[in-house]
Design a protein around this ligand. Structure first.
Ligand SMILES: [Mn+2]
Length: 272
């Protein structure tokens, strides 16, 4: 299925946006609360967007056909697919944009979930306004090592070669990559891992949009750009590492959220 570069929504139903849920082995406490919120979201809108990093690591759709490797990821993925399939069969529309962790979500996953793939930069026209949707990591141009890795992992030849190896060796690769990325992150300055403001403005001007909606940076909020343009960052999801320690102020042990696009503009909704 070819990813869509643009879409027009008529404004009858306010779309919801999720990103950076990072479901998987590293955060099993998040699966149930997220699935419960997904149910609520699907009941309250006819259009849902997932703008990347739904999973902490996705090493190929054949994950779904087994139970031994990444069992929490597989369990969460099957549940997500089932919910979205029912939603899309009942006339809902659900769109998926690849993040830097789940870019290997492929045709089988799309078929099982009813999700439609959208391109890395996708224009959305809603209620007479144009928004640029992206995951966000391609805007972090000051992080050279990330951009170099990104171009390597997104190349079709690398992906074809990788997918031809065994699931077990792909799992090992993903685990090593994750460890390397965490070690590198600890060494990088905070602002290097954020989007480059000039680049954001360039992309928004290039597409003649009113603003930008993205995830990835884990800095939820709304940020004014030049010329009255706005950049909105969708909330990321995380579970508290130690529920007992934090029990005093958050018994549910997780935090997350989503963005709702209304006729008046985006709204951030945080949940915990
Ligand atoms: Mn990301």
């Amino acid at each position: 299925m070819r990813p869509l570069n643009s879409l027009v929504l008529d404004g009858a139903s306010e779309p919801l946006f999720f990103s950076d849920v990072h479901l998987g082995e590293e955060c099993p406490l998040l699966t149930e609360p997220f699935l419960a919120w997904l149910d609520k979201a699907l009941a309250s809108s006819k259009t849902v967007f997932i703008l990347g990093d739904l999973f902490n690591a996705w090493i190929g759709d054949d994950l779904l056909e087994q139970d031994r490797l990444f069992p929490e990821t597989v369990r969460a993925a099957r549940a997500v697919c089932q919910k979205l399939k029912a939603f899309t069969e009942a006339e809902g529309a659900a769109y998926f944009m690849a993040g830097n962790r789940d870019f290997l979500i492929g045709p089988n996953f799309f078929k099982r979930s009813g999700l439609r793939p959208i391109a890395q930069e996708c224009l959305l026209q809603f209620a007479g306004r144009r928004w640029l949707l992206c995951h966000g990591d391609h805007l972090c141009i000051d992080d050279r090592p990330h951009q170099d890795l990104r171009s390597r992992l997104l190349s079709p030849s690398w992906q074809a070669e990788f997918l031809a190896t065994s699931l077990a060796s792909r799992a090992e690769f993903a685990t090593t990559l994750r460890e390397k990325s965490q070690a590198a992150k600890a060494m990088k300055a905070e602002e290097i891992m954020d989007v480059n403001r000039d680049e954001c403005l360039r992309r928004v001007r290039h597409h003649e949009c009113l603003g930008l909606i993205h995830g990835h940076t884990h800095r939820p909020g709304s940020y004014p750009m030049a010329e009255g343009l706005m950049r909105w960052v969708i909330p990321d999801w995380y579970a508290r590492p130690n529920q007992e320690k934090y029990a005093g102020y958050d018994s549910a042990g997780f935090a997350g959220g989503f963005l709702r696009l209304t006729g008046a503009g985006p709204e951030l909704i945080k949940v915990s």
